[in-house]
Design a protein. Structure first.
Length: 255
């Protein structure tokens, strides 16, 4: 499906002439509708991906997004679109700083790490995740951005980094954890952050069943924050996706 999307994005943008046409938005909407119609088995993930691309187009980010994909020989997918949008919030917040150390908890396929190395002066990047997900992230990074692999540390859940960080990120994994795990990770984040470091998380409200049979009500509005928020809002990309899934909340704070 990803290859299908990227193939049509590349060709249709040139056909519709988005950069010159006053009807760019209308053409793009028609294009997405046609893509969905062409899919053999359209489902909510396909439609959600289409709405994410439509959101990037409305925000004026589609051209830059495609340039990033093409430089890496990669295809569009939901995670790539989401991470590219999230990255826009931090790309200009580290002006004049070099040798940045970043921490990401639950990095998925490693897309956000690759974006950070693409545009920011990163020294080291630490990823904490389950072993099976670390394997996925490492494989993707070696495939799409192999030169940075030696500057990324892959730690299993429960392992503690031995460096201090300029920023920490979590996208939609705190909401999948037990309450005690969330508390442990927040303690880790605040104890390893440099003064005035950035903490950026996007999570949705979810009720989960714990391993001991009890239940956790993971509300990102009630996580044990300690810093000063500079952004705290409903994820605007989510708003464009209604009614697909629960609302997600974005918070960026200075620690």
């Amino acid at each position: 499906m990803s290859l299908f999307w990227e193939k049509h994005i590349k060709s249709d943008i040139e056909v519709f002439g988005f950069r010159e046409s006053p009807y760019r938005g209308l053409y793009f909407f028609i294009y997405l509708f046609k893509i969905i119609r062409k899919c053999k088995a359209p489902n909510w993930r396909v439609i959600k991906h289409a709405k994410e691309l439509w959101f990037l187009e409305k925000e004026g980010l589609m051209t830059k997004y495609l340039e990033f994909l093409r430089r890496r020989g990669a295809c569009s997918n939901q995670a790539a679109a989401q991470n590219f949008y999230y990255f826009q919030y931090i790309k200009n917040r580290f002006g004049g700083k070099n040798n940045l150390n970043f921490l990401e908890i639950g990095a998925g396929g490693g897309i956000f790490a690759m974006l950070c190395f693409e545009y920011l002066p990163i020294r080291n990047y630490t990823i904490i995740d389950f072993p099976e997900m670390l394997t996925v992230a490492e494989r993707n990074i070696k495939k799409y951005q192999p030169k940075i692999i030696n500057r990324i540390r892959f730690l299993k859940s429960g392992q503690r980094p031995d460096v201090r960080f300029d920023a920490c990120f979590n996208f939609n994994s705190f909401c999948e954890m037990e309450e005690k795990e969330i508390i442990e990770y927040f303690d880790l984040i605040y104890s390893t952050a440099k003064p005035h470091a950035l903490f950026f998380n996007v999570n949705y409200h979810r009720k989960i069943k714990n391993r001991d049979g009890s239940k956790s009500d993971n509300n990102p509005l009630l996580f044990p924050y300690r810093g000063k928020p500079i952004v705290w809002e409903t994820n605007r990309m989510y708003i464009s996706q209604k009614p697909f899934g629960p609302p997600t909340y974005m918070r960026i704070e200075i620690m």
